[in-house]
Design a protein around this ligand. Structure first.
Ligand SMILES: Nc1ncnc2c1ncn2[C@@H]1O[C@H](COP(=O)(O)OP(=O)(O)OP(=O)(O)O)[C@@H](O)[C@H]1O
Ligand SMILES: O=C(O)C1=C[C@@H](O)[C@@H](O)[C@H](O)C1
Ligand SMILES: [Mg+2]
Length: 184
């Protein structure tokens, strides 16, 4: 069932953006602030396979990971009242974009390359996509993905802001939109 008819206040919220931008961290906070349940698609895949993402890539390969990622996102996007954080590469799949944009409110968390670079050390071990790539290759990937991320309902710059500030901003902007589109 398509949820286009679902009242906007009940639609699930999807956070997209490059790996490490803060989707999991901020999604958890937004869920707490809106009393909703939080779903992290990477964590759901890891639960299914019983191993971390890096091992899923090694043992089963990226294609298998992407197939599970797509199925899980299609499933959760059709549910109401969730806050959903999807993996950094998920939005490259057209079916994922379609499922998210048709059923949910999609927020793009946008970070500059300069600020993202500062996080590389804390991300490198847990993100298989970063392994075996030098900094120039990662920068190329960062800019290549911007086109897909630009398909969203709301873009939010996360530069120089704490996760708490960003989560507050998302909640405020949602409440404003809800009052405009569905006045109580
Ligand atoms: N606004 C922020 N300022 C500083 N550090 C942040 C901010 N947001 C997230 N971080 C830190 O960046 C790291 C990555 O964050 P997180 O895991 O939430 O990213 P993600 O977008 O979910 O990544 P992925 O796409 O790989 O799942 C964490 O260590 C987190 O604490
Ligand atoms: O950017 C990516 O392609 C990825 C990001 C992570 O969230 C995981 O989904 C996985 O490591 C792949
Ligand atoms: Mg995450």
């Amino acid at each position: 069932m398509r949820l286009r008819e679902v009242p906007v206040r009940q639609q699930s919220i999807v956070l997209i953006g490059f790996m490490g931008v803060g989707k999991t961290t901020i999604g958890t906070l937004v869920a707490q602030k809106l009393y909703r349940s939080f779903v992290d698609i990477d964590e759901e895949i890891e639960k299914e396979f019983g191993m971390p993402t890096t091992d899923i890539f090694k043992v089963h390969g990226e294609t298998v990971f992407r197939e599970h990622e797509k199925k899980l996102i299609q499933f959760y996007c059709e549910q109401k009242l969730k806050i959903i954080s999807i993996g950094g590469g998920a939005f490259m799949q057209p079916e994922v974009r379609e499922a998210c944009l048709a059923n949910c409110t999609v927020f793009y968390l946008d970070v500059s390359w300069e600020q993202w670079k500062e996080r590389l050390d804390i991300l490198i071990d847990s993100r298989p996509i970063l392994q075996n790539r030098d900094l120039d290759e990662i920068e190329k990937l960062f800019y290549e993905r911007q086109g897909a991320y630009s398909l969203n309902h709301s873009t939010l710059s996360v530069n120089d802001q704490s996760p708490e500030q960003i989560a507050d901003h998302i909640v405020e902007s949602l409440k404003l939109a809800w009052d405009i589109y569905e006045p109580q």
